[in-house]
Design a protein around this ligand. Structure first.
Ligand SMILES: CC[C@@H](C(=O)O)C(=O)SCCNC(=O)CCNC(=O)[C@H](O)C(C)(C)COP(=O)(O)OP(=O)(O)OC[C@H]1O[C@@H](n2cnc3c(N)ncnc32)[C@H](O)[C@@H]1OP(=O)(O)O
Ligand SMILES: [Co+2]
Length: 134
C-alpha cells in the first residue's frame, strides 16, 4: 500500500535555530517558514532530493505537537510520511485491520496541498505515520 517516503518530520522548540542548523551547519536548502493554522503548526521544508525533512513548530494553543515537545523539550523526530496512491482506500483498508486513524478520519489538505491522514503511533511500532495522497 505505501509508496515513497515523502518526509520525516522533526518537532523543534526554536524554528529559526533549527533552520540555521540545517542551512549553515548541514548545508541544506531550507524553505521559508509557512504557517499551517488548520494543522496547528508552522513548517519549514528541506528538500534532500530523494525525500524531505519537515521542521515543525507549534502554532496556537492547541497544537497537536505541544505535548510531544513538552515530553521532548530539545525536539525530536515526530512522524514519518508515506505516499499512497488512494488515501481513502488506504484508510479503509487500515481501519479494517483495527488501526486507528486520528481525528475524524477524514483527510485534511496538508502542506503540499494534497490530502493527508495520521495513524496512531501505538498501532505502528511507536511511530506516528502520516499518509499523503501521491
Ligand atoms: C503541515 C501539515 C502536515 C503535513 O502535510 O506534513 C503535518 O505534518 S501536521 C503535523 C502535526 N499534526 C499531527 O501530528 C496530527 C496527528 N497527531 C495527533 O493527533 C497527536 O499528535 C497524537 C498522535 C494523537 C499524540 O498527541 P498527544 O497529545 O501527544 O497524545 P498523548 O499524550 O495522549 O500520547 C499518546 C501516546 O502516544 C505517544 N506519542 C504521542 N505522539 C507521538 C509521536 N509523535 N511519536 C511516537 N509516539 C507518540 C505518547 O508518548 C503517548 O504514549 P504513552 O505515554 O506510552 O501512552
Ligand atoms: Co508531515
Amino acid at each position: 500500500m505505501i509508496g515513497r517516503l515523502n518526509h520525516v518530520a522533526i518537532a523543534v522548540p526554536d524554528l529559526d535555530q533549527a533552520a540555521a542548523l540545517y542551512r549553515d551547519t548541514l548545508g541544506a536548502k531550507v524553505s521559508a517558514p509557512v504557517p499551517q493554522p488548520k494543522h496547528g503548526v508552522t513548517v519549514i521544508f528541506i528538500d534532500l532530493g530523494n525525500t524531505k525533512i519537515e521542521l515543525l513548530h507549534p502554532l496556537g494553543a492547541d497544537s497537536p505537537i505541544g505535548a510531544f515537545l513538552g515530553r521532548n523539550p530539545a525536539g525530536g523526530i515526530h512522524h514519518i510520511c508515506y505516499e499512497v496512491d488512494d488515501i481513502l482506500a488506504a484508510r479503509d483498508q487500515l481501519k479494517a485491520t483495527g488501526a486507528r486513524v486520528l481525528g475524524d478520519g477524514e483527510p485534511k489538505i496538508g502542506a503540499h496541498d494534497k490530502p493527508v491522514l495520521f495513524l496512531h503511533p501505538k498501532d505502528f511500532l511507536g511511530t506516528l505515520i502520516e499518509l499523503e495522497q501521491a
